[in-house]
Design a protein around this ligand. Sequence first.
Ligand code: FAD
Length: 391
Amino acid sequence: MSIYDEAHAWYSANWDPKLSVGQWWKLLADSGWGLAWWPEGRFGRGLDHHQAHEADRARDDVGAFGPPGGIGVTLVAPTIFEHGPEELLDRFLPAIAYGETMWCQLFSEPGAGSDLAAVGTGAVADGDQWITSGQKVWTSGGHLADWAVLMARTDPDVPKHRGISFFIIDMHQDGVDVRPLRDMTGDSEFNEVFLTDAVVEKADLIGDLNDGWRAAMTMLQVERDLDAVGHDGGGDVINAVDLNQPVGEVQHEQRHGTSLSGFAYATGSLKDDVTHQLVADQADMTDPLVRQAVAGARINRRVLDWNGQRQVNASTVKYQNALLCRQLRDLGFSGGGIATQLGRIEQPDGGHFLKSALFAQGMAIAGGTDEVQRNIVGERILGLPKEPKVE
Ligand SMILES: Cc1cc2nc3c(=O)[nH]c(=O)nc-3n(C[C@H](O)[C@H](O)[C@H](O)COP(=O)(O)OP(=O)(O)OC[C@H]3O[C@@H](n4cnc5c(N)ncnc54)[C@H](O)[C@@H]3O)c2cc1C
């Protein structure tokens, strides 16, 4: 039986929109189908990217809700699989797989974005703990997170890439102050996070001490792949989902409501759906310019999916998705006509397209800017000479 047929049979037999989200996510995780790319015995089936996509296709065809979409599932777990230790998987994985914990990523700082190795947040050993202080910024979902992954400098006396460690930190403690930032969509999805003598347990180190740069790069690589193709079908990437609500209701709200995070649009195919729907409803489809723009966006989507599913190269697909976001934004504003100039709630589609469009530019920045992706492709894939270092 093919992966598709096997997954289709399982979803057909088990999908029940009347279950609570919590019940459904537990069933899904325990079956190994929801997180099929995770290892066997760890809520997955050890499928490669392409096979896992086949399983997801079967889920979509049955119409079932997908697994939790937060970064615990998509980024934290894959990084611990790669860098260990096993004890962290034992402690954190079940709650991640069942969608019971929210996570955020404490990487960027006011002085460390593209040059991430410049992180200034320090951590000092104190018995069985590390005491950490510093400021992080652009922390997506930080206001809802229970746990975070933290890049902190543990050895200031070695070259900058070598003195960083990668920790898990409890966000619910006095030393962590989360201050939401409002973005131009009108929502607050990212935050400043101030750490003042915050505590990290020594056991909560991912990978080896002072080797955090490698673990962080693994996470960014996974993130860039996922930005392009990976977030469809389940819980929102950032927003909390009520585990007690019937899963069918949540699925309906996510398809038709307007409370989704910008990431939910930008990192999946929802942006395509809302833009093409708006254009079909509002535009003059006999206009050759509109038809050309629609065709261009559809072709780019096909090429992106093809590249993404074959994991051609994380920087290439990430960059291509950022381009598609802007292409769809421009298509919607031109094809959608004057109605798209209205405020969000007055929009003909209730604000779906506008939220997606206003968030579009963010994807050229989040997870490493377009310029940085082009540098990576130029230097590591095409073998061009290295960019001069600022220092
Ligand atoms: C929507 C969104 C969500 C985010 N979520 C998170 C999060 O959850 N956690 C987190 O830690 N961070 C997050 N970020 C932050 C993001 O990772 C940084 O904004 C990004 O890495 C760029 O860093 P910067 O903003 O400091 O810009 P800078 O690094 O200051 O860059 C400024 C400009 O200079 C260009 N530039 C810099 N260096 C080079 C170079 N070597 N060659 C060519 N051009 C260069 C950049 O491309 C950019 O145009 C998020 C950002 C956005 C927009």
